[in-house]
Design a protein around this ligand. Sequence first.
Ligand code: ADP
Length: 398
Amino acid sequence: MNILVINAGSSSLKYQLMDPDTGVVTAKGLCERIGLDGKLTHKALSKGTKVEKDIPMPTHKEAIEAVMNILVDGEYGVIGSVDEIDAVGHRVLHGGDKFVESCIVTEDCKQAIRECIPLGPLHNPANLMGIEACEKAMPGKPQVAVFDTAFHMTMPPKAYRYAIPTKYYTDDHLRRYGFHGTSHRFVSKRCIELMGGVENAHRVIVCHLGNGSSLSAVKDGKCQDTSMGLSPLAGVPMGTRSGDIDACVVQFIMNKYGMSADECLTMLNKKSGVLALSDGVSSDFRDLDAAAAQGNEAAQLALDKFAYEVRKYIGAYAAALGGVDCIVFTAGVGENSGSMRASICDGLEYLGVKLDAEKNKLRGEEVVISTSDSKVKVWVIPTNEELMIAQDTAELTK
Ligand code: ADP
């Protein structure tokens, strides 16, 4: 089976063609500069070839057409015709409180995604453009929308309500939604499988630590709480996002520096986080590690603060879940940085967490990194959001 997985941004579009049963990716690539000029980078993994092409992409439609053409190309293609694509799965950022799971794209589904635009103003319009471009380029091809928020919809009101007047919830739908849901679902499900069933993994804390980071508390496979909120700005500090912050800081900065709310939010989203704490060294954790090793104190502070805030969330979620059976690390930092995993777990011994220093050196594979007598099993499980999207798409369009 061939599922085309699409992640459309405002000026870019990532794609992967994969078999949902085996997870084998035959081709993947990226369209960039949509609306400006247009560039396609394509890798035919089954052939071991790579190509870059300048192709005019005034809209997402031309980008999708370029993807279709390269997938069937004599030299760089991996399929004989577009008919060999069984269905298309789309990553959609915000499903609001309308979507508790993935769904087949219909007019009603598109309308609901449109109604969520005020909640995801940057991503949802782009996600819709991706869906509509596929409709035009491949009329009649089944399509599925997979929402970043859906996995978190099992949170109870005490976790998702903000303690502000009710009308903002009832009239405006302001509440905690959470993101990276496809990753949290994939990784928690995989952890439960690897542990031999939910009876051995009742209470799982997933730490998705990448450029964007979020944690979730999962009980019996269902999300109970998560660190991001109405938007991905909340929770732990990230590459360039501040994470949780006292709202009065925003008011102070706006008043003193004459900044608008949008300008202030851009600063909190794009110029904050470990980039800011390291005094501009980098938003990339590898650069921070290198700078800290050279004695850069600001870079060290950024790393320490990140580990401290993640550790605090783990403590909070252990309390919320009434204990913890498994902690799972995933995404760029979580999968690769043994030193960050060690700093985060340093001080969690009271919870029953004991890391195995040797196993913790392993990277990018499914592995237990706690000692055999550690009460809490600590896992590294590489995430695969595209595979989850492909599996949902295959399941719904069977
Ligand atoms: P995104 O949120 O963009 O999907 P990723 O999950 O790809 O992000 O994570 C990117 C982050 O992972 C970067 O900050 C990068 O520095 C970090 N990372 C990747 N490999 C390592 C490593 N070996 N050590 C430390 N950090 C790493």
